[in-house]
Design a protein around this ligand. Structure first.
Ligand code: AMP
Ligand code: GLY
Length: 438
């Protein structure tokens, strides 16, 4: 008996986790999971210049990932949406390999904006008024009949860049041409949503579902546009912070009950139970939350400040989501202060940029307390870490409050240099403005 107890304890202590993806989000997931007392080793596929135990397998090479997970006996955690849409979870489940994430049916909520808008309409979840178009002329005629601005969105995945706000008819013509005729986002633009523009502030509401239950994460806010003051093109996200002080308790409960739990229930009723992340991008207009979009994976960069504040062990939540067992867990505990993350990007991003620039100053920053540099588009080149993508680093700081975290993150950021680097200087300002500290 003694031996079997020791054995089972060893089994628990020796878990290996395979993190799929290469961004700041995946680095943060692996960093946090590595602090679990039950984790022995984190592997990344493909990972980046800041991660160890990298396996050079693309997130869409499901056969390759299956082999590693099976051979190394891993619990797999999927970061990005593309492999989810390609059915990675279904393939792992066929082989009875443990994996965190939604199956192909459930990931439709992110994969198709037409699906998600119709889902919201059918289940009484508040979202902007919209129409679906397959014909560019019809889309333009509809926009002509409406008051501008209007928003045009590609139906399918477009790396966060498929929503275009049109303030004039000319802008609408150009957007329809880009999405539907030139097909800049490929077949994602075969259909478009045209929806009303909503005024307000944005919040990312993210949590974990197990098909039935939902456990929320702390609130966070992304900064999607490339320039300060939310100007310029949309990016994957230039910075984020958590928590969002503008979300009152009343608003929080409204989002939790009228959006998140309702979505988990509705998806289950439709035979598409969500096991994995449920992420709602929300616009708060006059104190009412409207869903802009759903995602079925963690946010990047929201994950970085969220996990920096998470006091609980993340692993049990991910495992319980996969096992349909979230009701057995307590709510997640969070540090009471604030975490702020600022993304350093390559010169030119979100348009064309150069890679291979040597990054200086990383070691100095890693010595600072309550600061973490999560890597994204980086790779090791001999002794150096060089840039290899658009979003390069996410510098993240924990502070007593938003102002303290903002001060710390920008102090750290000053120490890091690479040719062409750019970042936003106003991450967290909406919160500071609200708190009267700006
Ligand atoms: P989405 O991909 O749908 O989340 O849209 C990307 C970004 O475009 C959002 O984060 C908002 O900043 C903006 N956006 C999308 N839809 C709307 C809308 N209906 N009204 C105002 N801004 C929007
Ligand atoms: N930060 C936006 C996203 O992850 O979609």
């Amino acid at each position: 008996l003694k031996i079997s107890i020791i054995r089972s304890e060893l089994l628990v202590m020796n878990k290996r986790v395979l993190v799929v993806g290469s961004g700041g989000r995946e680095h943060a997931l692996g960093w946090k999971l590595n602090q679990s007392p039950n984790v022995e080793k984190i592997l990344y596929a493909p990972g980046n210049g800041g991660t160890e135990n990298n396996r050079s397998i693309k997130p869409t090479d499901i056969d390759g990932l299956l082999k590693v997970a099976e051979h190394e006996n891993c619990f797999t955690v999927v970061g990005p949406e593309v492999p989810l849409g390609e059915g990675i979870v279904d393939r792992f489940q066929e082989k009875e390999l443990p994996i965190f994430g939604p199956d192909k049916q459930a990931s439709q909520l992110e994969l198709s904006k037409v699906f998600s808008k119709k889902f919201m309409q059918n289940h009484g979840i508040s979202t902007a008024n919209f129409r679906v178009f397959q014909n560019p002329d019809d889309a333009l005629e509809y926009i002509k009949s409406k008051e501008l601005p209007m928003v045009i969105k590609a139906d399918g995945l477009a790396a966060g860049k498929g929503a275009i706000i049109c303030r004039t008819l000319d802008e609408a013509r150009i957007a329809i041409d880009r999405v539907m005729i030139k097909q800049e986002f490929g077949s994602a633009g075969n259909r478009v949503i045209v929806e009303d523009f909503l005024h307000g502030f944005e919040v990312s509401f993210i949590g974990i579902a197990d098909g039935i239950n939902f456990i929320p994460f702390a609130t966070s806010q992304d900064h999607k546009q490339v320039y300060d003051g939310d100007l310029g093109a949309n990016t994957g996200g230039m910075g984020a912070y958590s928590p969002v002080p503008m979300v009152s308790e009343e608003l929080y409960e409204m989002i939790l009950n009228k959006i998140m739990k309702k979505t988990v229930n509705g998806m289950r009723q439709e035979g598409r139970a969500i096991k994995g992340v449920l992420y709602a991008g929300i616009m708060i207009c006059n104190n009412v939350p409207y869903v802009l979009e759903f995602n079925c994976r963690f946010g990047d960069p929201e994950t970085q400040p969220q996990l920096f504040r998470m006091k609980s062990d993340l692993l049990p939540y991910l495992e319980a989501s996969a096992d349909g067992n979230l009701q057995s867990l307590d709510p997640i505990k969070w540090e009471s202060g604030s975490a702020v993350c600022v993304v350093m990007a390559s010169g030119g991003y979100p348009n064309a940029y150069e890679s291979g620039k040597v990054i200086h100053g990383l070691n100095d920053v890693m010595k600072m307390k309550d600061i973490m540099v999560f890597h994204a588009g980086t790779e090791k080149q001999g002794e150096n870490i060089v840039t290899s993508g658009g979003r390069v680093l996410s510098i993240t700081a924990l502070g007593r409050d938003t102002q303290d975290a903002v001060d710390r993150v920008y102090k750290a950021l000053k120490l890091i240099r690479f040719e062409g680097a750019h970042h936003r200087k106003d991450i967290g300002n909406q919160a500071l403005d609200y708190l009267g500290e700006l």
